[in-house]
Ligand binder design. Structure first.
Ligand code: NAD
Ligand code: ZN
Length: 350
């Protein structure tokens, strides 16, 4: 019998996840087991637990598996042949999984790898447990002084929003305007990357007054409560014709519609929120930005994560976390959904 550990798992599709047990992983050749210091909670986890089982199976996700795709921790065990990492090393685990050898991976576009749909915390065992198995050292980022407890959120909330901001950077002129819809976990990082990488005026839109106050603290010059009929008009007036970049971290019909209408000539609209809203080109043709850019994507490349960790190491990022023990993980998700958290929820296994 393998040794068991407490783990928060999707046991059956369309049922709430359960705090149950999973086997302690053992590293095979080239693999590493990380002792989790903290795992950040992502809104995608909630979407996953509410997803129809038929779709999950189609993606390739097989229950049961342990949730959690934002891991910081220490190397606990190394498999045969592992070089460069040893027990005790402080690491973060990159959130998207990739093979490392396909044409996408070798050209630095690993988020397009065939293997990227199934990874730790989405389809295979993730970080909401004491240990997590990492299949290759290329998925580890060595920490240079950063506390592993704070590192997890950088791997997805940080890296995914970095990917979005980098894709739109060339559309944002000096002194331009950038809008962040949904100033939650991802949005809070996007605001900081815009602050660090551009001179744009940052406009944050959220339904939660708490989140807007936090957005201001991070660098948003203007905040707007809720997405309403007036949002696009207000942004249009404020920016003199629309924003240079709009990042939608909500992704429902109303935010997509308002986001597209808020995007100015030559601007970019990025759909990041995975809430199943409809991006309707034809109907919105008249509302699409002239010579604009509309893009969507999944996750980030390892290079995006390295950029985020470089900014953190340079002391340029505020990383706020709300720590929960594994026993209170369900409550942490509830607080995230209610918009009550200040930082990213980070769960510490015992
Ligand atoms: P979060 O819960 O931390 O943040 C969401 C924010 O949006 C909250 O501040 C909330 O108050 C706000 N909000 C919700 N509905 C709103 C509305 N109608 N109008 C205005 N504001 C609203 O979530 P998160 O972890 O930051 O994730 C954000 C989204 O990004 C989720 O949909 C998640 O699934 C998705 N995501 C996508 C990728 C990707 O690769 N594309 C990766 C990670 C997460
Ligand atoms: Zn995520």
């Amino acid at each position: 019998m393998p040794e068991m550990m407490k783990a928060y798992r999707i046991v059956e599709w369309e049922r709430p996840p359960q705090l149950t047990e999973a086997p302690v992983p053992e590293p095979g050749p080239g693999e590493v087991v990380v002792r989790v210091a903290g795992n950040g909670l992502c809104h995608s986890d909630v979407g996953m637990t509410q997803m129809p089982g038929s779709i999950a199976e189609m993606i390739g996700w097989r229950a049961p598996f342990t949730l959690g795709h934002e891991v910081g921790g220490h190397v606990a065990m190394v498999g045969a042949g592992v070089v460069g990492f040893a027990e005790g090393d402080a690491v973060a685990v990159v959130s998207p999984h990739s093979c490392g050898t396909c044409r996408w991976c070798v050209s630095g576009r690993d988020c397009l790898c065939d293997d990227s749909m199934v990874g730790r915390g989405y389809g295979i065992d993730g970080g909401l447990a004491r240990y997590v198995l990492v299949s290759s050292t290329r998925e580890l980022i060595r920490l240079d002084g950063l506390d592993p407890l704070h590192a997890g959120p950088l791997t997805d909330a940080g890296s995914t929003s970095m990917h979005a901001v980098k894709r739109a950077l060339h559309r944002i002129p000096p002194g331009g305007n950038a809008v962040v819809i949904g100033a939650g976990g991802l949005g809070a990082f996007a605001i900081q990357f815009l602050r660090e990488l551009t001179s744009a005026r940052i406009i944050a839109v959220d339904r939660s007054a708490n989140r807007l106050a936090y957005a201001r603290e991070l660098g948003a010059a203007t905040v707007m409560e809720g997405v309403t009929e007036d949002t696009a008009g207000d942004i249009g007036r404020l920016t003199g014709g629309g924003a240079d970049a709009v990042f939608d971290f909500v992704g429902i019909d109303s935010t997509i519609a308002a986001g597209l209408r808020s995007t100015g000539r030559g601007g970019a609209y990025a759909l990041v929120g995975a809430a199943n809203g409809t991006l309707r080109g034809a109907d919105w043709f008249s509302a699409l930005p002239k010579d604009g850019e509309v893009f969507t994507f999944q996750a980030s490349n390892i290079a995006d994560a390295l950029d985020v960790f470089a900014l953190a190491d340079a002391g340029r990022l505020q990383i706020d976390i709300d720590v929960f023990p594994l026993d209170r993980v369900a409550e942490a998700y509830e607080q995230m959904e209610a918009g009550e958290l200040r930082g990213r929820a980070v769960v510490v296994p015992d």
